[in-house]
Write a protein that binds this ligand. Sequence first.
Ligand code: PMP
Length: 445
Amino acid sequence: MSNIQCKDSNKSYNLRVKKYLPGGIHYNFNLPWEETPLHFSSTKGSRVIDLNGKEYLDLYARFGAMIVGHGNEYYSNMLKACIDRVLSVSHCDLDAEILEMISQFVPCAEMIRFGLSGTEIVQAALRVARAYTGRNKFIRFENHYHGNADNIMGGRPKSKEHPYPEDYLGDIKGTLGRADNIMYDQSYLLPWNDIEILTKFVEENHKEIAAIITEPVCVNGGSIMPVDGYLQKMRILCDKYGIVLIFDEIITGFRMGLGGAQAEFDVIPDLATLGKALSGGGVPVSALVGKKELMQLIVEKRVIHGGTFNGYPLGTYAIKATLDLLSANSGNLYKKMEENIIKIQNSLLARAKAVGLPLIIQGPPSCSAYHCTDKKLSSPAEYNFEIMSMDIILNNNLAKEGILVSTMSRLYPNITLNDQDVKWFDERVNSALIKTKKIYDEINE
Ligand code: PMP
């Protein structure tokens, strides 16, 4: 195990950090147990150990990014090779290999540009779409997340007839500093998974719509699968009205398989965004991939795309290591990863049933979510406050038992997940469920 020497306990370390770091944490999307964030000193495979020496099964996986497992030897060696050879040049000797690999695996990836964060690469996609169509607005969907930018974050449609983003749990007016009109000026916000609403809206407004952007599986809204034919019909609508279809595959890309959701559903978008798992989770890389006809605008410099660290060697080496691992033996590691997370899901389902806590699991095995309710969610609007609150309570109780789950209730496996990890989960989940059921009963009395 790699080890950072630190003499503090988790609590005393937090006090040191909190003095300078707002909230003591690097982002605002934190879970209750992160109010006193854990700091980790060593990691291996699917396990992380905090400063108190407490061990956890890590299904949090840095919001799903870490798909190769902690301390993966092949991955680490590749990064070390980069450090020894080409750490700080702007173009390195693996560019061609990784571009060819991504293009081979991801159906729409005729051309590729790299960035660092999902947030910035989504904005690059929108820029290309606007330039290509000469139109200004884009359609996005309720409870989808496309990054931390003013024009695209949060909101809820007031009604089907009123598809403008409205204040939701204070996320627009309640958080300060966001430009006033940018959301209204740039985007329409529609309910997801309802082709009739989308069709009607596009028929009436297509002249101003440059793009439709969607997570192909609404992972951020509770890992909700598209209903049969939804993405296909979205594709047809875009073709009919000259609208650019953007799949935000920051989560699903290289998690749902080498070709991401677009390969899984056999719906090829015009542009897609990749991030997180693309570089294995150790270092940040994102990518805008798309059809040549659109990416040509960047070639011709009619659309600008900048970034000091775009294509930086460490990220490039990380992508090479990740894609080597994921594509080895015809993607065998995906199969193993999915088998193991399904065992974990089954354990959670069976033990929840035994203690009488309503619980379902939905979404693709590689990015599924549990929900404390008895019916699968079919649209993000169904992910209501009651379900979300219980999900978070269970998440919190799981953390106390040594199982880390991502926001709100997402289970992110990695390729090193093994039988011992399944056993670890099975031995600890019961206590978390019993505590959660007690709270559930108190609330529902
Ligand atoms: N798109 C999706 C679908 C995401 O899940 C995220 C991050 N959770 C982003 C975009 C933004 O990526 P980043 O946090 O790297 O800016």
